[in-house]
Ligand binder design. Sequence first.
Ligand code: SF4
Length: 589
Amino acid sequence: MSTDVHQNFFVVDPERSQLLSALWQHQLQDRHISREAIKRLAEKYQLSEIEIEGVVSFYHFFHLKPAGKHTIYLNKSITAELKGFERIRETFERETGARLGFTDPSGTFGLFATPCIGLSDHEPAALIDFYPFTNLNALKVKDIINKLKEGNSAAEICDIPQENIRYTPANNRTIFFAPYTRGEAIAKLATLKQDGVLEQLKRSELSGRGGAFFPTWKKWDTCRSYATSPKFIICNADEGEPGTFKDRVLLSNQPGSVIEGMIAAAYTVGASYGMIYLRGEYRWLAKKLEEEIEAFHAQGLLGKSIAGIEGFDFDIRLELGAGAYVCGEETALLESMEGKRGEPRTKWFYPVEKGYLQLPTVVNNVETFAAVSRILQLGADEYLKRGIPGSPGTKLISISGDCERPGIYEIEWGLTIAELLELCGGKDPYFIQVSGPSGEPISIKEKFRRISMLDLKDQKDIRCGGSFMIFNSERDIVHILMNFSEFFKHESCGVCTPCRAGNFIIQRKLERLQNGLADMNDLKELKSWGNLMKTTSRCGLGKTATNSIIQSLEKFDDYFTGRFAKTDNSIIRKFNHQLAVADYERYKP
Ligand code: SF4
């Protein structure tokens, strides 16, 4: 993660791609990026100070003002809210003397909220100085703050979360959590050759597990077809969808299988350099990954002539994100790796043709690379024995919310949602949000369809990116949707107007619904803004930000009808009049 890593391994990296690492060093050392630091960095990278400041202000974990000797990020995802966010916030505020969003007067503690830190199975949770603290309660918070005041470091007293693997398929059918021996998949490369690897992936029907489900073999084959060099392999370890934590568990439990999948990709497409873009929230996992990379070096599985294959030279470094959900979008991630604001690119080219530094790049996520190494190790025939025709293999699901056993479930495609709820001890499930806030809410009335990812023509099937949040019938759906909407408003990069303005307007509409002031026009406008954002936004964030709202209005019509029954039309008229007056005052010439 240090700039040395760039210098040692990648002469190809331009200076600017070191900017995020340099900013991290300043943030950790000075607890903010000072004006002097910005000036020095601007001189070093031959950029204007405004440009550096633009990058700093884009990422939530970089601060222009001191963020406290101990910086606390309290998770504010919907699961955290339901598990007691407010109580924990009050306790942190009382014990530290810092109000949320500020530092305490002495500058010892900075207290901030953040949308999701990948610990939904251990809520309420927080990061302190980027180390995890889980299953918080008032007594625990008091104890943590006392220990920090006594001079302990967060690293000494943190709770590294349990891996929390709750279920794997019986009879040794697990794909991801089988015993792992470093180098087993790499040993197959020399025999399979590039065509053989692609053939194995094609037969296994593996498709990208980041949510787009694009066939992995096809992506690799396309990248291979470009003659330009060098080529890059990037592991997208920036899972930021609230409710998702499968990558955290894979990177803790099976880091080698992820790295081995990257090495297989490099061999197949002819890439020389690899990077793991690790989300800032998982900074505490960086040491483990660096140790694993070192172990690969020690065994001759990274570096020159990997596994004795003449001419196969490949190396991997870590790059640390800095708290921006949109960087999970692959082109935003590439921008971020180049030391820029993580704004999604216009889609003139796919990264396989023009990716990192405009050179051919394969971007896959953690679960996809882990699956690749298992497929090569087991062979496609064995892999195909799991799952159902059309959807072979297994899928990792992150379960959180109203259930007895939150955690990671490795399921075979074909399992029904009712069966999954039985496994995790779902309590009175009423509203289930699949694939995070941008995904799909499902209602108990839908009779819990079969989980599958490939046969999208069948309405009974469901695309599942990984997160599965359960809410019981006592939960307020509008409150859930407001949390999602706040998340998108906060995370929109602001480049395109429909997303920037739309998320703001949608939140206002939901506030009216929450306060019993909405009328049918508000619902119509919610839908029309949703459609506008879907069709005109540049990236997936804007396109999917209203999915859950629009589908909820359709699937939970009885719930929303109940909300309207409470609405008093005379109050609505008065409120609308006040809004019109306020708008006139604000915009009058
Ligand atoms: Fe940025 Fe939203 Fe546009 Fe995506 S849709 S590029 S997040 S403004």
